[in-house]
Design a protein around this ligand. Sequence first.
Ligand code: SF4
Length: 362
Amino acid sequence: MAQTSTPDARLDRLRGPVAPRRHNARTIAALTGNPGCTRRAVLDGAGVDKMKVAEHIGFPGRFGQSSFAIVRGNVFEARLKANEGAALVGLLGVDVPKYLDLSGGPKASNEERYSRTLEALRDNPDTLLDHPMLRLEVAGRRVYLEPDLVAFQLDNRYHVVEIKSFPVIDEQADPGKVSAAATQAAVYVLALREALAEAGRDPETVSHHVLLVCPKDFSNQPVSSMIDVRRQLSVLRRQLSRMARIDQLLDTLPDGLTFDLEAGDDGEPARDPEALTADIEAVPARYAPDCLATCELSFFCRAEARTSTAVLGRSVREELGGIEDVQTVLALAHGTIEPTPDQAEAAVLLQAAYRLRAELVP
Ligand code: SF4
């Protein structure tokens, strides 16, 4: 790809003349969960609608929340934030003197909202902050985060409040959903620390304990608990530092690539699905079974990787020490090919496993 334009201009060209999708804590958490995947980094960096891409190339998937869950979540959040966060403050049992809505109106730019947030952090420490705008550097590119969270100060520390719509039933919530919420909250903690540093305040005043608020037993009654996101923070920092810069990734892509989803007369993307598939395939992916829970393109990438050891999971792939395809693994196990020096150790283990299996499964 030509290197004369800025990374932003190159990403805009890749996306084509459609509005970009905004990064959020979920996409950053998923991106850092698979930092070696160039395909995801480029498509997310360009703000491409991956769900629509998957549908157009014939691999639609059920992904994200149902519209029912989204409506339910919005109602729950609105109730908590109504009357300057009265229900939330009551739940916390603390006295928060002020409430500030930082949404700034429909015409406010990201940068204006970010400036308002910095001002609020500088000048209004004891305030419930609603709709703050944060930002984070991801793969060398500034990403704005519009969390549906409230940050407030308690015991002289800021706490991120994460409002989720999944229920807590008999004091138990789905562990997978709690874990995903913790990772997303860690993204906000990191971004809030960076904002505080920029506002000239101590970033460590942002606590690693975040407040998770969920509905109790399918009702709209809120219930809260503090969760410690220190582990998620250290994973996130490590993964963000491992991610290649987007401009370096763009330099590896062929010229003329586009993921343009501009609609034709029928309202559907006009692009030929086969041409779009070819362009998606031109960007290297790093499929792992975890992708099924975190990426809209997972059905496509799984089908593409079906003959690769990647579909067996990261631990198997690592155990096989760089043997990339399943046919080679089987041939080594059966002893029908001679292992290369690099494959010798894995071949001994595979043959032993094959003999054991033959003894146990007649
Ligand atoms: S599903 Fe595909 S594009 Fe998405 S992270 Fe996995 S390998 Fe990358």
